[in-house]
Ligand binder design. Structure first.
Ligand SMILES: [Fe+2]
Length: 240
């Protein structure tokens, strides 16, 4: 299943709505990872390994925000929303509140071992193939994406956070994992991370048909990259 918004929405708000609708009705419902998680198809070991692999993915993501910033112009402050997202990843500097630390606490909560100050589980220190492929796909798109495409990508990631985290948290609770879920609840508030800055950026590009198309392609790419990552994460999980 693949999101392709062939029809360019008439305004950014419609794009956001279409994207969120598609995520809720398809991706976090039908992607084999989310489906297996929700239907409690994973053994505890498989679930632990899936989330240990996810730790690699989420560590990479912080660096990708840096990659995006590097591709944005220096004459303006187009990097701002990405910069905010990066600051948020580090918990705005509040001790113990970085998303890496919150995630490490969660991993311990599901019975994995994470050494103090580390954000990767001892049980899976080597980066799994699904995370490596995620990195390749991301870097490949980013290398040639036009600026509005990168801006679209950054906005789309902000929108994904909420529905993904909500689906994960609800499923984890079904498994009886109810401790240390702050990583998920932090990300869950839908659109909370999609700021006025993201909105302003999209609005700015909307008057230019080429830029508009590039923004939409950024959204589509994010959807494809995420859908593939989670499908491969599922394959990884069931290999245990
Ligand atoms: Fe985060």
């Amino acid at each position: 299943m693949e999101l392709t918004l062939t029809k360019i929405p008439s305004n950014p708000d419609e794009l956001v709505k279409a994207f969120l609708t598609e995520i809720r009705t398809d991706y976090v419902v039908n992607n084999p990872f989310f489906k297996s998680l929700k239907d409690k198809k994973y053994t505890v070991k498989q679930l632990q390994m899936a989330f240990a692999a996810f730790a690699h993915y989420r560590s990479l993501f912080s660096r990708f925000l840096g990659h995006m910033i590097l591709r944005l112009p220096i004459e303006t402050e187009e990097w701002g929303p990405c910069g905010l997202n990066l600051a948020e990843e580090y918990g705005y500097g509040k001790p113990g509140k970085s998303h890496g630390i919150l995630y490490a606490n969660f991993l311990r909560g599901i019975g994995l071992t994470v050494k103090p100050e580390f954000i990767i589980a001892e049980e899976l220190k080597e980066m799994p193939e699904c995370a490596k492929n995620f990195e390749r796909a991301f870097v490949k798109f980013l290398a040639s994406a036009p600026i509005p495409g990168i801006v679209g990508m950054s906005g789309a990631y902000e929108l994904l956070d909420g529905p993904e985290a909500k689906a994960q948290r609800e499923a984890l609770q079904k498994y009886g994992f109810t401790k240390e879920l702050a990583y998920f609840t932090e990300h869950e508030i839908e659109k909370a991370h999609f700021t006025k800055y993201n909105e302003d950026q999209l609005n700015k590009y909307w008057s230019n048909p080429k830029a508009r198309k590039d923004v939409v392609e950024g959204f589509n790419q994010v959807y494809r990259i995420q859908d593939r990552f989670y499908s491969e994460l599922h394959e990884f999980a069931i290999s245990f």
